[in-house]
Ligand binder design. Sequence first.
Ligand SMILES: O=C(O)CCC(=O)C(=O)O
Ligand SMILES: [Fe+2]
Length: 295
Amino acid sequence: MDFTSQATNPQDVKVTLLLTGGHQYTLYLKPNDPLLHSLMATIITRAQKQETVSSYLFQVSIEGGRATLSFPSEHLIGLVTEPPVYWQQNEPTQPQIPAILESEYVQIDNFLTVEEYQQLLNYVFQRKSAFVPTSTSTGDLDYRRSMILHSFPEFSQLVVNRIQAILPDVFRKLNLSSFPIAEIEAQLTSHNDGNYYKVHNDNGSPDTATREFTYVYYFYQQPKAFSGGELLIYDSKIENNFYVKADSYKRVEPRNNSIVFFLSRYLHEVLPVSCPSKAFADSRFTINGWVRRQV
Ligand SMILES: O=C(O)CCC(=O)C(=O)O
Ligand SMILES: [Fe+2]
């Protein structure tokens, strides 16, 4: 059986997957798409007869996100790439030099108007007693330290509407094909002295799996009364056909009244905040959340 999806971008590589049983599927990928690396890594591994490598389930989003093509890695027998793509093969005896897949993010300044930002700051100061400590799904107490305000309807809708308005621009800047959106979630957090969030991704559990990308809007009173609290977004590398964290990262300065977007699957962390006054009003505040794909 033969299937073909639509090209979206002239720079895309046309990739035909040759699968066992004579099946073929043609899709269009960006030259630096991690999926292309992963597919080629599977072929190279087989060519080098590294039989110890375990099977991997490919799950490829197709038809603009409306369908998924799933197949076990051992069913992939070849790839046709157009224009030609050549891959450097390391001798099996040489140590493998993993390719680093750079993470990308967008940061947009002046996200809210000065009036909206000031109203939000005043609102948060008044709601101080409604903030509660954050938790993680694993219940690990050392993983995350910050406070959260679960309900803030006066501002969550404003932020979600504003995000919707700039989404086309974000898709373009992140080089992403658009997809049908189910929901945009929002939470409000504060990080004060000694607070942090260790390395994690935002879509690693069944109930978070449809999160495609993460946004973080930063706000705090000026002059800034804390240091640290940078967001590190790690690059990835392929090891045994799996994506793992690389040592390199992008360091994002949490600039006042700016918003950052990045893929929810990227590993990221919030470095410890130092806030000598320990005053709640001096905290690093965020409204952050996730853009969920429709399934
Ligand atoms: O506050 C930040 O910069 C990021 C927060 C974060 O990673 C999260 O809430 O999942
Ligand atoms: Fe996160």
